[in-house]
Design a protein around this ligand. Structure first.
Ligand SMILES: [Zn+2]
Length: 487
């Protein structure tokens, strides 16, 4: 019996051949390589250049020829799913043609084939991704709106930034992109997605002298700078998708039809998929942008506010320019006390090592692990978990976690302040300095707590210059014990 040869047709497509990884040559090379490695016979190869992937087969000359010869093909091979189609509707119709001819679709780059349920699912999902990437769904939603009897019109005042108001040819108005501002808006979105903060983008725009939306729409010619609050709201607004919105500020939302479809009054400035990613990015960063970020740090429970007695919390702030950090400790109760984290940590470390560094390090050895001790360890780990979760939460969830964090922290502090009757102090053979050098921030904090080190920080009184007199450092714990051990 003669060996059956697998007959393959290669389909190459590009909207515009401008080289790169999807160029016709690159697609051909990948398809040919797969055929060679599998021993498949290439019986035909066609290209559709300058042809959109959303067009149906009968409007693509090359693909049309292949469809006509499907009964002589075992496999239709493309480099990747979106080369066959960027429209799920077109892809489904092509799959039906292939199925009825008994031909399998295969892809060269990710080795999919539609002979299996899994392969079909992955293929269609890749096409759906390509579809939303190209903004086709948005355009279709907007087209379908316009075909309805009541045309969605722009009503209301100023056009959202990135748009201008134009006549819709039917006596009404709609939105069209104002190219310069639309491009700027896309640039802003790109910056945010690449990790830039909203505040940093505002600063860049202001220093480049770019007129803010407020300046653009001002009737009196008043010049106002870009503000992070306003820009954040613009980035969260579905107006970027050409949807009509109602409400202002935080309450702004898209107007929808009863079936949930948005009312489109203009073309989208960015793809839906990009908008979704933008929302996720902004939501994830909200914590850092708007509320102090708590984490366990060297001086958690060691540093206190001299004005009100509350703890100082570590607050990580990214420097807007220069890429460095400007981390601070600030009063957990919200009074004005705020101090550079680097200055404070440096001062406490110097003081503690000067006072205790040369002393032998005496470890706290528990005299039988009592209930309190295991409970304290558990508390400590709960507190650390809560602190790390807090950074990624916002709104009510963040408030709830913050309350848990605070109640557990004060309980732990209470327990730690209790007389250490259960502990025994035993020399380890190392000095405090040596032990300090070998530990990270968490371990060093434990040393400070063991030594009973406490620092209070008073207000800077609006003086920008660093003043060490703001600090009062003392050790109330077993520091004297250590001294005795030496003496
Ligand atoms: Zn305070």
């Amino acid at each position: 019996m003669a060996e059956h040869t697998i007959r393959v047709a290669i389909y190459l497509r590009l909207s515009r051949d401008n080289g790169g990884s999807t160029s016709i040559a690159a697609q051909r090379e990948d398809c040919r390589a797969l055929c060679d490695s599998r021993g498949w016979e290439v019986v035909s190869e066609v290209e559709d250049v300058d042809i959109s992937g959303s067009l149906p087969a009968d409007r693509r000359p090359g693909l049309k020829r292949l469809i006509a010869m499907l009964d002589r093909l075992d496999i239709l091979l493309v480099a990747q799913p979106d080369r066959l189609s960027r429209s799920t509707a077109v892809a489904l119709s092509l799959l039906r043609d292939l199925d009825s001819a008994g031909t399998t679709l295969a892809t060269a780059r990710d080795h999919l084939d539609t002979a299996t349920a899994d392969g079909r699912r992955k293929f269609l999902s890749a096409v759906a991704d390509a579809e939303s990437e190209s903004g086709l769904i948005q355009a279709r939603i907007c087209r379908s709106r316009l075909s309805l009897r009541e045309v969605a019109r722009w009503i209301g005042g100023n056009a959202p930034y990135g748009y201008r108001i134009v006549a819709d040819g039917k006596g009404g108005k709609r939105l069209a992109p104002r190219e310069e501002n639309a491009d700027r808006m896309r640039w802003i979105v790109e910056q945010i997605l690449e990790g830039e903060s909203v505040a940093a983008v505002c600063r860049a725009l202001n220093s480049a002298g770019v007129p803010s939306p407020g300046t653009v729409s001002s009737r009196t010619g008043k010049v106002s700078p870009w503000s992070p609050t306003v820009l954040r709201r613009m980035l969260q607004s579905p107006a970027l998708l050409g949807h009509r919105t109602v409400g202002s500020g935080r309450e702004r939302r898209a107007v929808t039809e009863p079936d949930g479809r948005p009312v489109c009054v203009g073309p989208p400035l960015i793809a839906t998929e990009t908008w979704d990613r933008l929302q996720a990015t902004l939501a994830a960063r909200r914590t850092t942008a708007q509320r102090p970020r708590l984490r366990s740090s060297l001086l958690l429970h060691v540093a206190h506010c001299a004005e009100c007695g509350a703890w100082l919390h570590y607050n990580s702030r990214r420097l807007l320019e220069g890429g460095g950090t400007n981390d601070v400790y600030r009063c957990a109760d919200g009074c004005k006390v705020l101090v550079s984290a680097a200055r404070l940590e440096e001062a406490v470390q110097q003081w503690a090592l000067r006072e205790f560094g040369r002393l032998p390090f005496v470890a706290r050895i528990p005299l039988g692990l009592g209930q309190t001790d295991t409970y304290m360890e558990e508390l400590q780990s709960q507190i650390e978990q809560l602190a790390s979760r807090l950074a990624s939460l916002r709104g009510l969830a963040a408030d709830a976690v913050q309350r848990q964090f605070e109640s557990r922290s004060s309980l732990l502090e209470e327990l730690q302040a209790a007389p250490a009757v259960r502990w025994e102090w035993a020399p380890t053979g190392k000095s405090v300095s040596e032990e300090w050098e070998s530990r990270g921030d968490g371990g060093r904090r434990q040393i400070l707590l063991d030594l009973g080190v406490r620092v209070t920080v008073s207000s800077a009184n609006n003086q920008r210059r660093w003043n060490p007199d703001r600090l009062r450092i003392s050790a109330t714990g077993p520091g004297p014990l250590l001294a005795r051990a030496v003496g």
